[in-house]
Design a protein around this ligand. Sequence first.
Ligand SMILES: NC(=O)c1ccc[n+]([C@@H]2O[C@H](COP(=O)([O-])OP(=O)(O)OC[C@H]3O[C@@H](n4cnc5c(N)ncnc54)[C@H](O)[C@@H]3O)[C@@H](O)[C@H]2O)c1
Length: 335
Amino acid sequence: MKILVTGSSGFIGFHLSQLLLKKGYQVHGIDSMNSYYDVKLKKARLNILNKSKKFSFTKITLQNDKKLKNIIKKFKPKIVVHLAAQAGVRYSIHEPRVYLDSNIDGTFNIIEASHRNNVKHLIMASSSSVYGANRNIPFKEIDKTETQLSIYAATKKANESMAHAYSNLWKIPITMLRFFTVYGPWGRPDMALFKFTKGIINRKPIDIYNKGKMYRDFTYIDDVVNGIFLLLNKIPNKTQSGKYKNDSLSNVAPFRILNIGNKKKILLLDFLKEIETGLNKKAIKNFKPLQKGDVKKTLSNIELLKSITGYRPKTNYKKGINQFIQWYKNYYKKN
Ligand SMILES: NC(=O)c1ccc[n+]([C@@H]2O[C@H](COP(=O)([O-])OP(=O)(O)OC[C@H]3O[C@@H](n4cnc5c(N)ncnc54)[C@H](O)[C@@H]3O)[C@@H](O)[C@H]2O)c1
């Protein structure tokens, strides 16, 4: 079985590709290898994937629609998992245009190319940030999502709408995944766990927004990629209508939205405390007000994902943080 993974040199794409290869799938990865964060880290992930004979790769930006169509036409994937995007809420405040280019234009090209090449299941990354100013937690897929707080979140919401429209017009089965703060080894340098660990090790002050009074549903990377794996063959289809409680399945299209979370809200200060314990060093804390565009609390309801796939998140944040610290120390000793 052939699967195309976009953003394969990124954090989630790398781990997903590794899992798919281990399970015997043939994977074609695409990634622009852009310099939003340390390109060496992306190259190191790619080098690991390249060791597998079942992995092939093209360096390409999603905006290059002709080349993208050709790749999909040649590789003929049954499933496309679209994870490439300009990620990060904070960067979107000052660089909104990049988000429109990668996430709107780029995602449109993926949907269009998948449609033209008869892909059986298109799985795409959305984000918990689409819940925006929603106060009713835990967040459910069928809740209204009309109050995004950042351009990043707005582009993800737009992706969901575009995907629904295409799914309706051409009956292409699409599953949208709302990830909740994913963390773990090989994680992103712009995210809290990486920045806190680096700052503490180097005895540099770390910025803590909203004085640390923020809650996140931190979800360990292995749980996330396992969730995606369990969904590969759970193709949305109108015969499933009425089968699952609180289903987000569209009433007109083979289209569904799913949360992938851990279902626990952790106070940022507790998360930080655990990093300090793991490193056996205290952080120099630089408390800052709430960052524009940031959501104060996230928490997932994962009942729908559970009933469709049997998904059960396995890693608690204490264990997950320690796995990250081990990886971080080991990786930076060699690089
Ligand atoms: N990590 C999280 O906590 C989280 C939470 C919610 C949603 N998401 C979403 O999950 C997906 C994967 O996130 P991640 O954490 O692995 O991010 P990442 O930045 O590590 O990976 C994204 C990859 O996509 C590539 N890319 C970006 N723009 C591109 C373009 N125009 N053309 C081709 N390649 C491009 C980048 O080079 C990068 O390697 C993204 O869609 C992100 O928005 C992530």
